[in-house]
Design a protein around this ligand. Structure first.
Ligand code: GLY
Ligand code: MN
Ligand code: MN
Length: 435
């Protein structure tokens, strides 16, 4: 688990970046009602979680930079025995200090009065407008009041700065503790994929595999990091397929994209395997193309290399492979130049990974693809998808979709594959299915 010390270190670092005479304000994610007394599963806002580890709604974090590392103030709900009878234990004000390392904790009902005081004589507010429109309105309302009313007695903040530039750049570089949480999240996802490979049989329904994934993740006391994709046959070509309710047929492939969330951190793994446990020669040939594209991309995932080069490595190998198999007709350079490969290679080769599956952090800086640096974590997930109605290719390729996705940490040396240990080559996959 990420320790209190690490959350405190993050808050200190952020306050140092914000500088004196400023205040940083973040709001917890609101709870969402599904209907009547039923809620959607609650998930804390990732920025809020990153700075607090606090998982309740109705909370506000205020950070006041200053000497000795600044002051962390949490506004949250007071413990309430009657409420606890319905919803279980609440953190409350005392534990916000003793267990969450806050310097001060106040009841959320006091937030308005106290925040108004804290805002006075502050130069700058760091706050992300647009995420919580109601709170945006309150904050702007207070500032307008201040401007009108009390210029003579105190100084009202003039500026609201976006917080996300600083905070999201911090989140992009993972600490040792974060990497170990991500490895644990990967391990749970690996077990889920392994079990799915072992139980898969022709005649099963995608729903049974989906249930098995949920079972594996839940029994390891994790959450799913997103709704799993379990796409048999041509369903694999629907990139965000989540219906997960078709029969799995002998001779077809099954694509599973599923990840776990441990202590807030996501894994994101895709494997594609034959429903009957044995790749056909054509399936194996296309699988080898995607695998080689992934290997080329992972090999580029090193400090000092630009993101774009990782993607370029994958598309070059994938394009060469599709030409060799007669799926594309031009030369490699022509297909890349004209983006002909995009007909079947439709998404980017990866994304940042962390507290969010598609994690925060810029991909370009000053218009240039960002260089990879130690501590960054990304997915490498080339995919080739040939729609069922695609008449430009031989019939045997139609309705085939293959993606292989792993999670890679950038180090000072070789890429570290956090999802290592799960069958990846065609032979490994067949062996895992036979086990
Ligand atoms: N599971 C979402 C993705 O692979 O990006
Ligand atoms: Mn992904
Ligand atoms: Mn994925």
């Amino acid at each position: 688990m990420i320790k209190q010390k690490e959350y405190a270190r993050r808050r200190r670092q952020l306050m140092k970046m914000a500088g004196e005479d400023s205040i940083v304000i973040l709001q917890a994610a609101p709870a969402k009602i599904r209907n009547n007394d039923v809620h959607y599963p609650y998930r804390q806002d990732s920025d809020f979680l990153y700075l607090t580890g606090f998982r309740e709604h109705e909370a506000i974090l205020a950070l006041i930079p200053g000497s000795e590392g600044g002051t962390s103030i949490l506004f949250c709900r007071e413990r309430d025995p009657e409420r606890e009878m319905w919803d279980g234990r609440m953190v409350g004000l005392e534990a916000a200090v003793s267990e969450y390392g806050m310097d001060q904790a106040y009841c959320i009902k006091e937030a308005e009065t106290r925040l108004r005081e804290l805002l006075q004589n502050t130069e700058r507010i760091f706050y992300d407008l647009g995420k919580h429109p109601l709170f945006d309105q309150r904050l702007i309302g207070w500032l307008n009041e201040f401007r009108g009313e009390a210029r003579k007695t105190f100084h009202a903040p003039e500026e609201i700065h976006a917080l996300d530039h600083m905070l999201h750049d911090m989140r992009l570089y993972k600490s040792r503790e974060e990497l170990s949480a991500m490895r644990r999240s990967a391990k749970v996802a690996i077990e889920a994929h392994q079990t799915a490979m072992q139980i898969c049989q022709p005649g099963m329904n995608e729903a049974e595999i989906y249930a098995s994934l949920l079972h594996s993740v839940t029994r390891n006391q994790c959450e799913i990091s997103y709704l799993p994709i379990v796409g048999g046959g041509a369903n694999a070509c629907v990139l965000h397929y989540i219906a997960n309710n078709s029969e799995l047929h002998d001779g077809e492939l099954l694509l599973i994209d599923a990840g776990a969330e441990y202590d807030g951190y996501a894994s994101d793994i895709t494997r594609t395997f034959p429903v009957n446990g044995k790749f056909s020669p054509d399936q194996r040939a296309l699988y080898e193309v995607v695998l080689a594209a992934q290997a080329a991309a992972i090999d580029k995932a090193r400090a000092g290399i630009q993101w774009q080069e990782v993607h370029n490595a994958a598309i070059r190998v994938a394009t060469e492979g599709m030409i060799d198999l007669g799926i594309l007709g031009g030369s490699v350079d022509e297909e890349i130049e004209s983006e002909g490969y995009k007909k079947f290679y439709v998404h980017n080769t990866g994304h940042w990974l962390g507290l969010d599956v598609h994690d925060v952090g810029e991909y370009t800086i000053d218009g240039h693809s960002r260089e990879l640096e130690p501590g960054m974590v990304l997915t490498v997930e080339p995919g080739i998808y040939i729609p069922p109605g695609e008449e430009s290719v031989e019939e045997s390729w139609r309705g085939v979709g293959i993606r292989i996705e792993d999670n890679v940490a950038i180090t000072r040396d070789a890429p570290r594959i956090l999802t290592d240990g799960l069958a990846r080559t065609a032979d490994e996959v067949e062996a895992a299915m036979a086990a």
